[in-house]
Every structure is written in structure tokens, then in C-alpha cells.
Design a protein around this ligand. Structure first.
Ligand code: HEC
Length: 213
């Protein structure tokens, strides 16, 4: 027993210190590396959203009746989808003047039936009411200070006096702050919306003949 060696309890256990130090630095690295990676733009560390299964444009997916499907296949150049009706006044500008000019040339091809008005109501409430309001008064939910500028009321004498074709041109081409809805609403549906808009206008400003049963 040598008198120079300290008592066992005071002795530093170097292997244990090294082991603990390694553990601590591993834990620190385990947090520091992903955090620093996440801070670099364009490197997504937690990319669960991007990596989920989904169809990407032009990708082959699934097999329907033995045939692989292609996602979002663009139409062949120079072709039109089935049922597509070209708009004869597509080259006219997206202005009120143009809309007024084409109005008398474009009669509503659909009869004023309950079915057409009901369908028009559903579409109006989806596509138009956000801005123009469910009654067409120009008070839709997106309108307000620091939000969308107030669109005009569709109950004015001016709009009541428009030909159906004028409103068709406005929905198809848009006008100033109102965007075109040709891509979202088929031609037939636009006419149904107009039938419903007329019903809204008759409800608020009935003519004597509208009140007959
Ligand atoms: C994003 C909001 C928005 C939506 C949705 C919208 N409009 Fe408009 N609409 C406007 C604005 C704004 C104007 C006024 C355009 C301008 O002169 O700047 C307008 C103008 C009009 C006018 C002309 C009014 C006038 O006094 O001359 C008609 C008719 C009309 N919209 C019908 C519709 C119909 C029908 C729909 C649904 C298919 C629709 N709008 C959807 C914003 C909208």
C-alpha cells in the first residue's frame, strides 16, 4: 500500500468521465445537426408533407382496367375538350362597353325553368356571392375596409336593364376588378346563373306581371 495514492473516493475515474462526455456531446450533436440543417433554406428536415404519396403532373399512377393513368395530362395541342363551346365573342375586350355591344346578339339559350334557376342559385352562391352577396347587393363576405373593394350591386336599374348576353360577356371575360370566370364556370352554367340572377332581381323589384301567380 503506497502512501502517495489518494483515497479511492477522491480518485478521478477517467474512463467514466470520457464515456459521459461522449454521451453528452452525442446528444448535443443530435440536436445541433438537424437544427442547423433546418436553418439552411431549401433543405427540409421534416418533409412529411412533401414526401406523402400523391400524384404529380405527368406521373403514371394506379391501374384502371389494366391501363396506367397519367396525372394531369395536358390536352394535345390544337384540340378542345369534349362538350366545349367556343365563345363567339372571345376576341371582344373585357369591358362594359363590349359587354353591352354583344348583349343583344347573345340570347339566353336555356328556358327559364325551376331546375335551371335552382342550379343557377347553387352556382351563384359558390362563384358570385363571395363578392356580390347572396342577394346581389354587393356586400359579400370578402368585401370590406382593407379587403376586396366593394363590387357594384347587381340589383341596380343598370344591371336589371342589361341583356342576358351582356352579363354572359361579363362573367366570361371579366371587367376591370372582376376576373373572368370562363375557366371555372361552363357556358351552360353561366346561363343558369343569369336565370337565377333575374329571379333575385324580380324578387326585389317585381314588375306587375311578376306578381301574377
Ligand atoms: C372577386 C369578386 C367578384 C366575383 C367573385 C364576381 N364579381 Fe362581378 N364584379 C366584381 C367587381 C369588383 C365588379 C366591378 C368591376 C369594375 O368595374 O371594376 C363586378 C361587376 C359585375 C357586373 C357589372 C355590374 C355593373 O354595374 O355594370 C356584373 C353583371 C357582375 N359583376 C356579375 C357577376 C356574376 C354573375 C358573378 C358570378 C359568376 C360575379 N360577378 C362574380 C367582383 C366580383
Amino acid at each position: 500500500m503506497s502512501s502517495t495514492s489518494p483515497p479511492t473516493s477522491d480518485r478521478i475515474d477517467w474512463p467514466t468521465v470520457a464515456y459521459k462526455g461522449m454521451l453528452v456531446s452525442l446528444v448535443v450533436l443530435a440536436f445541433a445537426i438537424p437544427l442547423s440543417l433546418a436553418a439552411i433554406p431549401f433543405i427540409e428536415f421534416f418533409n412529411g408533407m412533401a414526401a406523402q404519396p400523391k400524384a404529380k403532373a405527368q406521373m403514371l399512377y394506379g391501374r384502371v382496367f389494366g391501363e396506367s393513368r397519367i396525372a394531369e395530362r395536358p390536352p394535345v395541342a390544337g384540340t378542345v375538350p369534349r362538350g366545349y363551346e367556343p365563345y363567339p365573342f372571345a376576341d371582344r375586350p373585357a369591358t362594359l362597353e363590349a359587354a353591352r355591344a354583344v348583349g343583344p346578339l347573345l340570347p339566353n339559350p336555356l328556358p327559364r325553368t325551376l331546375e335551371n334557376m335552382r342550379r343557377g342559385r347553387a352556382l351563384f352562391n359558390v362563384y358570385c356571392a363571395a363578392c356580390h352577396g347572396t342577394e346581389g347587393l354587393g356586400d359579400g363576405p370578402v368585401v370590406g375596409p382593407n379587403r376586396f373593394p366593394a363590387p357594384p350591386s347587381l340589383q341596380t336599374e343598370q344591371v336589371r336593364g342589361y341583356a342576358d348576353g351582356t352579363i354572359f360577356h361579363i362573367i366570361t371575360k371579366g371587367t376591370q376588378k372582376m376576373p373572368s370566370y370562363a375557366g371555372q364556370i361552363e357556358a351552360r352554367e353561366r346561363w343558369q346563373i343569369i336565370h337565377y340572377l333575374r329571379a333575385l332581381q324580380r324578387a326585389m323589384n317585381p314588375k306587375p306581371e311578376d306578381l301574377k301567380p
